[in-house]
Design a protein around this ligand. Structure first.
Ligand code: FE
Length: 285
């Protein structure tokens, strides 16, 4: 057993997205451009409607997957393929933009807490221009494991024999939401060769001698196991890992491809109304 150290600690910082939504970004910043296969991590958390009410009106994506985990709140998703999705507290949404999707994500609340994460997962070159896909998961569809130490929600991948409903075939993503009780330690295998991180969003924790306060992002170093101990108030964090794609990444806003020419093509296609090529399959659970 080789415990992974904290290779880099990043304090997420506030950026304004969409029509004026405040988010805490960690991956996709000057401190960490990307963490192959992850391109961006945004944490939104506010009970001030001014931070979220403007939402994310129609915008395009090409070349990757967006995975949204809603902790609190209610968002309506609509896309160019005719899908309409309701994202509620505890639910999740997996959207493979691939060759092209135009969608909106708009709050369905005018007050109260809006809290969650959006993670961008890259696709290999062979999948970037494939057909889009869309899956939505109600809170009940997400396995919850109770142990003496923690409550673990399995969003993607496996924990203690329970598998999440999202299958990530290209990068073997593992995505857990862990609520760790005060002073308890959580141990999880994260195979060598995977890139991974921990993001603390409640309380604080210690990972290999590094203190992680709320909104701390910890990039995992080499090893095959992660050990995290909660502080006196407990801690809640997401633990995410995936297999790197090891291909060139050329990103321009909502388009992530392998070459500049492909990015230019995405802009031409969007301008000419040709970004959306295929209807996505819609699966909800
Ligand atoms: Fe989007």
């Amino acid at each position: 057993m080789n415990v992974r150290p904290v290779k880099q600690k990043i304090k997420a910082y506030e950026v304004t997205e969409g029509a004026g939504v405040t988010v805490h970004r960690s991956i996709g910043t000057p401190a960490l451009r990307n963490l192959d296969p992850f391109l961006m991590l945004d944490h939104f958390s506010s009970d001030d409607p001014g931070d979220y009410i403007a939402g994310f009106p129609d915008h395009p994506h090409r070349g990757f997957i967006t995975f949204t985990y809603m902790l609190d709140g209610h968002m309506l998703h609509k896309d160019s393929m005719g899908n309409r999705g309701d994202l509620r507290s505890g639910g999740a949404q997996w959207m493979k933009a691939a060759s092209g999707v135009i969608h909106s994500e708009m709050p369905q609340q005018t007050n109260g807490l809006m809290r969650g994460f959006q993670l961008w997962i890259n696709l290999p070159a062979s999948e970037k221009m494939s057909s889009p896909g869309y899956q939505e998961f109600s809170p009940e569809a997400i396995p919850v494991i109770e142990t003496d130490q923690a409550t673990v929600r399995v969003l993607i991948g496996e924990y203690a024999g329970s598998r999440g409903r999202v299958e990530d075939l290209h990068t073997n993503v593992q995505y857990l939401d862990v609520a760790l009780r005060p002073g308890k330690t959580f141990t999880q295998a994260v195979a060598g060769g995977l890139n991974g991180f921990v993001y603390v969003f409640e309380g604080d924790a210690v990972m290999s001698d590094t203190v992680l306060a709320t909104h701390s992002f910890a990039l995992m170093g080499e090893g095959d196991t992660v050990e995290i101990t909660a502080g006196v108030q407990g801690a809640r964090f997401i633990l995410v890992a995936g297999r790197p794609i090891n291909e060139p990444i050329v990103q321009y806003g909502p388009f992530v491809m392998n070459t500049r020419e492909e990015i230019e093509q995405a802009f031409v296609d969007y301008r000419d109304g040709k970004l959306v090529r295929d209807k996505a399959s819609f699966v909800s659970a």
